[in-house]
Design a protein around this ligand. Structure first.
Ligand SMILES: *[C@@H]1O[C@H](CO)[C@@H](O)[C@H](O)[C@H]1NC(C)=O
Ligand SMILES: *[C@@H]1O[C@H](CO)[C@@H](O)[C@H](O)[C@H]1NC(C)=O
Ligand SMILES: *[C@@H]1O[C@H](CO)[C@@H](O)[C@H](O)[C@H]1NC(C)=O
Ligand SMILES: *[C@@H]1O[C@H](CO)[C@@H](O)[C@H](O)[C@H]1NC(C)=O
Length: 477
């Protein structure tokens, strides 16, 4: 219909359906509504008040009676009713057909075989990427963003092609998508209030790690085999510049709610002049730290919050906790993607690190097939919010590493060699999205298990919580 007798003038199936409902519901309660038709441009126009109608239908005759006063409109309405009635089963069949077609993928999905991820999701990711890159390009036109746009359009063509044939390898397309996403992240400009990076970072990869320069036992004793420790990591931190800290997981070696801070190295070695902080009331509170991962950065302890995909920030001065949820579909926690090389370290799913560039979260997601994901974190002191600013996806399966840390925006991952040796074997550079899995940098240790490993940009030392022992190393570039 072009200029219909009722106020609706479109002919889409959706409109037809709508009309069917409106018309049939007209006399649901047996009451008839009076409609006055107006002659407009040679056709009849009825304004109807829909609020008096409800579903389902009782009497159809009443409708006819009412509509009769609008000559010519009845046939059109009848046509629509018939059409809609016919279309209903068609739509139903279509839904069933699509559901049937999706079932094999659903099965794969349920089984954890993600190689056949649906094209729809791929398309969504691609659209998001296009939007992101477009946004980037508008903000800072550069050769790199232009190149990215071109590559994304190429990828878009590939995806369109797989929709019609099976000749393009889905895995290759997904891999390309991951690579482009990483490059787009590297392109993103760094937030304005983000200081102190880069000027310390023209060093290249680590070339050597010293023998331990500190070897001691954690303050609660050797039997406390899990936790994290180190020295204040913020480059330009005001006070507390020399503080050392230990965060032992006192609840079943998995959960912790206390932090011990020493004024300086001498106090730490002598176990003197420390201050204890309690940042959660129990070992199973939402604010409890889950897994060995914490880091002291500025005036706050950052850690993975209990049974969640969140990072917590405990403010040592204000004693309050802020949190942010990590991005990604199926962020692993609760032993889904712990560090597992040789032995799994319970609840080591989400790791928090600090380096010259700031704060980082290392974790794995279902959407990245359990491979390591790197997110940059930022404490916005003005808005008092913890933010995730950028995210990269690596190709290193998280369970195939024993631990990881960040140096100058480069992720380093380790693996177990033997009881007395660990080895850095992999690096991923967030500045370029490039990776290197040919490294072989040994770290001596005194016990088998590595609970946590983290780098400190203020003195370029690496701290290891080695079962109950605390070790530190010097990194060389
Ligand atoms: C009547 O038709 C004319 C010309 O087709 C159009 O400009 C006008 O807007 C119409 N009036 C109404 C009330 O639809
Ligand atoms: C529609 O009908 C309801 C109930 O009969 C009435 O309250 C409402 O004012 C009517 N709306 C219009 C736009 O006439
Ligand atoms: C679904 O629709 C397609 C195309 O219309 C058809 O080839 C296929 O046989 C249908 N599948 C089922 C299960 O009805
Ligand atoms: C952090 O997130 C908050 C809330 O989402 C936002 O208002 C603020 O601008 C963000 N800060 C930065 C530096 O991105």
């Amino acid at each position: 219909m072009s200029s219909g007798p009722v106020s609706q003038r479109k002919t889409s199936p959706a409109t037809n359906m709508m009309l069917l409902l409106l018309l049939l519901s007209f006399t649901s309660d047996g009451r008839a509504q009076r409609i006055f038709g107006q002659k407009v441009n040679g056709s009849c126009l009825c304004e109807v008040n829909t609020t008096t109608w409800s579903f389902p239908v009782v009497k159809y005759e009443g409708v006819l009676e009412q509509v009769n006063s609008c000559e010519g409109s009845l046939n059109k309405l009848q046509e629509q009713v018939t059409l809609s009635v016919q279309r209903l089963p068609q739509i139903q069949a279509l839904v069933n057909n699509v559901t049937t077609q999706l079932q094999p993928y659903q099965y794969l999905h349920d089984q954890g075989l993600y190689t056949a991820l649906s094209l729809r999701l791929l398309g969504q990711e691609l659209s998001q990427l296009e939007t992101d890159i477009d946004h980037l390009h508008k903000k800072s036109k550069s050769a790199e963003t232009r190149k990215l746009s071109i590559e994304v359009s190429k990828l878009r063509k590939d995806v369109v092609r797989i929709k019609t044939s099976d000749t393009v390898n889905m895995k290759t397309v997904k891999e390309k998508l991951r690579y482009l996403k990483n490059r787009a992240e590297s392109c993103k400009s760094i937030p304005k209030d983000f200081r102190g990076q880069n000027r310390h970072c023209l060093k290249g990869l680590i070339t050597k790690i010293s023998d331990p320069v500190v070897t001691t036992v954690n303050p609660l004793g050797k039997s406390y085999i899990s936790g994290s420790w180190g020295k204040q990591t913020q480059m330009d931190s005001e006070g507390e510049k020399q503080s050392y800290w230990v965060q032992t997981l006192v609840g079943s070696h998995n959960w912790g709610n206390t932090l011990r801070v020493y004024q300086n190295y001498e106090n730490f070695m002598a176990s003197a002049n420390y201050k204890d902080y309690t940042f959660a009331p129990s070992h199973s509170d939402a604010k409890t730290n889950e897994g060995p991962n914490a880091v002291l950065y500025g005036e706050a302890l950052y850690y993975h919050c209990f049974r969640s995909a969140d990072i917590c920030r405990y403010d040592l001065k204000g004693s309050n906790v802020h949190r942010v949820t990590l991005p990604g579909t199926g962020v692993g926690f609760n032993n889904k993607f712990p560090y597992c090389y040789y032995d799994c370290r319970a609840y080591s799913d989400v790791d928090v690190e600090a380096d010259e560039m700031g704060l980082w979260a290392l974790y794995a997601t279902v959407s990245n097939h359990g491979n390591l994901v790197v997110s940059q974190l930022l404490w916005d002191s003005e808005a008092q919010t913890l933010n995730v600013t950028r995210t990269w996806e690596t190709r290193l399966f998280k369970k195939a590493a024993s631990n990881a840390f960040m140096v100058c925006g480069v992720l380093y991952a380790t693996r177990y060699v033997d009881e007395y040796r660990e080895e850095v074997f992999y690096a991923f550079d967030t500045a370029t999205g490039k990776e290197d899995n040919s490294l072989a940098l040994p770290l001596e240790k005194v016990a088998k298990g590595v609970a946590s490993l983290s780098y400190n940009p203020t003195n370029r030392q690496i701290y290891m919580y080695n079962d109950g022992y605390l070790l530190a190393y010097q990194a060389y570039f």
